[in-house]
Design a protein around this ligand. Structure first.
Ligand SMILES: Nc1ncnc2c1ncn2[C@@H]1O[C@H](COP(=O)(O)OP(=O)(O)OP(=O)(O)O)[C@@H](O)[C@H]1O
Length: 339
């Protein structure tokens, strides 16, 4: 079986997007602005995995593994995300196809660039298929990696990261794209001090209100009250953008506290515990160690009623992320890469 797979990887490999498999409903709700190509004009045309050499494993996610790879011909370095699926994993393939569709639409310095998608569908002899995303390599790793190394981040760094993520969200929301999985491991930092949003596996292009059935996508720890409990928080009319703002608020608070917030130290952020905090708990308490600006910013993000929550545009004007308070790109590079 390994031989068959290896041979397949040397042969039928094309730079092509997988056939989209979204539900008819997804198609109906899809808003399609002018398509920008998934590959940038300056990126080489990678048509085969054999053109890439694996250098290291960068991390593991739910559906697959991310490798640091080198393009043999140009010596350029990329991140290669391989999602594996079999006959039973229709959901994984649908998720990957959705991610490829969204990556085709986006083109922003605040969003991870995808240089191409290689589709190794299942064959009659092989029950396993791979979808491979060739992405720009972010040498600073993820915010999750940074938090693991430093526990807590200084406010200047948090504000710099938050400002950049807000720019990314402003771009996505302007394109009618809801990310739905904003969390530290999906925020990547590179050697130029850029922070980019990655991982669009549960994202969606929306035109109007989201449906209740979409509520359970994404990581539950960063999920907003209206997605946890649409009945109580009245998700009717919500376009889903406010959910991304909530998630950013949780991330910002986590960067300040050095642990997952919303629950007590040592508690696990499982569904039941979070449900109690979100739906039955009192107003969330702000840590006294945070500056008034940070407390106010978090308060505007973690407003349980999504109608009262700040929008991305409002937050971009918030004093906490004012350009004079944020760390510069050089300061961010120094902090992330050189400690
Ligand atoms: N473009 C990239 N450049 C550098 N490192 C990356 C890149 N993409 C992902 N990584 C690293 O690989 C790890 C795994 O990424 P992946 O997107 O597969 O999963 P995840 O977001 O950590 O988890 P989940 O699948 O549960 O959402 C990330 O946490 C990050 O450390």
């Amino acid at each position: 079986m390994t031989l068959v797979r290896e041979r397949r990887h040397q042969q039928a490999l094309r730079l092509s997007l997988p056939p989209p498999t979204p539900s008819p409903d997804f198609r109906q709700r899809t808003y399609l602005p002018a398509l920008s190509p998934a590959t940038s004009p300056d990126s080489p045309c990678i048509e085969n995995l054999s053109e890439l050499e694996k250098m290291a494993v960068l991390g593991h996610g739910n559906g697959g593994t991310v490798y640091k790879v080198c393009h043999k011909k140009t010596s350029s370095v990329y991140a290669l995300k391989i999602l594996r699926f079999n006959h039973d994993a229709t959901a994984v393939r649908q998720q990957a196809a959705r991610e490829a569709e969204i990556l085709k639409l986006v083109d922003s310095p605040y969003i991870i660039r995808c240089h191409g998608v290689l589709d190794y569908g299942m064959t009659d002899t092989d029950n396993v298929g791979d979808l491979c995303f060739v992405m720009e390599y972010m040498e600073g790793g993820s915010l999750h990696d940074l938090l693991r190394a430093r526990q807590r981040l200084p406010e200047q760094v948090i504000s710099g990261v938050a400002r950049r993520v807000l720019h990314g969200l402003a771009y996505l929301h302007g394109m009618h794209i809801v990310h739905r999985d904003i969390k530290p491991s999906n925020l990547l930092i590179n050697g130029k001090g850029e922070v980019k949003i990655a991982d669009f596996g549960v994202s969606d292009v929306v035109a109007g209100a989201c449906e209740a059935c979409d509520s359970y996508k994404g990581t539950c720890a960063y999920m907003s009250p209206e997605r946890f409990d649409p009945e109580r928080w009245g998700s009717d009319g919500s376009d889903g953008f406010a959910g991304d703002v909530w998630s950013l608020g949780v991330v910002v608070l986590q960067c300040h506290m050095g642990r997952f917030p919303l629950i007590g130290p040592g508690q696990k952020p499982d569904w039941a515990t979070l449900m109690c905090v979100m739906c039955f708990g009192e107003r969330l308490e702000m840590p006294e160690t945070a500056s008034p600006e940070l407390q106010s910013f978090i308060g505007r993000c973690l407003e349980k009623d999504w109608r009262k929550r700040a929008t991305v545009a409002e937050l971009l004007d918030h004093p906490f992320v004012d350009i004079s308070c944020c760390c510069s790109t050089q300061e961010l590079v120094d902090y992330v890469l050189h400690g």
